[in-house]
Design a protein around this ligand. Structure first.
Ligand SMILES: [Zn+2]
Length: 255
């Protein structure tokens, strides 16, 4: 039997036959994978622990004829602070929804696995009011890893390095537009406040720990940056995530 040992993060549970479940995990070695858990709905099942969100496990997965089967495993880490905080719980659910929407089955991407795990660890540790900053840093990094990184250094029209503080963004072209190109109407862009632009760069290039010590972030720029990231993500997703509206409500409360 072909047995695979891999670290895994629970994404979602799918409806299945009476006592069994199909669980979708994001794994380090196999990427997103659907695994059948026999008897998962029986209370005495030893595998039931792997069917809960907000845990990181090491799983033993066997390749069956048509489907993978969970044979066993161990829970490495429980994210208890996420599990008992409504906002954190929601933020991580949003991460899971995004990962599920954007990734294909059985396509391993180690960097995506590390990003999800690091995001969960950061949301676990951050104060709730700051935790949603982690989510936005995650979104920009995630879509960039998938190949949709916004062009923030050079003008998407003339390729000139952006130096001036007055700049614009064209969502369709996926990048910044310099003042010259915007004024000469070569390409239209929406105004992007320089401080907001800097914040988006930080979201993209700084690691999550950076935000732990950063005390002062202008509320106005933060709101603009999150709106920008929302637009960018939606441009690529092509549909509103079911948790998108709730997320904006949270921002109103916490930002
Ligand atoms: Zn230009």
């Amino acid at each position: 039997m072909n047995l695979i040992k891999t670290k895994a993060i629970f994404l979602k549970i799918l409806p299945y036959k009476e006592f069994d479940s199909i669980v979708c995990f994001y794994t380090e070695k196999m990427g997103k994978v659907e695994v059948k858990i026999k008897g998962a709905k029986r209370i005495q099942s030893k595998l039931i622990g792997f069917c809960q969100p907000f845990v990181q496990s090491t799983l033993f997965i066997a390749k069956g004829k048509n489907i993978y089967h969970l044979i066993g495993g161990e829970i490495d880490k429980k994210f208890e602070k996420i599990n008992c905080n409504y906002l954190k719980l929601f933020l991580v659910s949003y991460v899971f929804e995004l990962v599920d929407k954007f990734t294909k089955l059985n396509k391993p991407e180690k960097i995506i696995f590390s990003l999800i795990l690091k995001t969960m660890e950061s949301i676990e540790e951050y104060k709730p009011g700051q935790a949603f900053i982690v989510l936005y840093a995650f979104i920009v990094k995630f879509i960039s890893f998938l190949g949709y990184a916004p062009e923030l250094i050079h003008c998407v029209n003339c390729n000139k390095k952006i130096k001036e503080r007055t700049l614009f963004f064209n969502i369709k072209s996926g990048g910044v537009v310099c003042l010259d190109c915007h004024q000469n109407k070569k390409i239209k862009g929406s105004r992007l406040e320089f401080k907001t632009y800097e914040l988006i760069l930080l979201f993209l290039y700084k690691n999550f720990d950076f935000w732990m010590n950063k005390k002062k972030i202008s509320l106005k720029n933060l709101k603009e940056a999150t709106e920008f990231i929302d637009k960018l993500a939606q441009w690529h997703i092509d549909e509103e995530l079911s948790s998108g509206k709730v997320l904006r409500q949270f921002i109103k409360i916490y930002a």
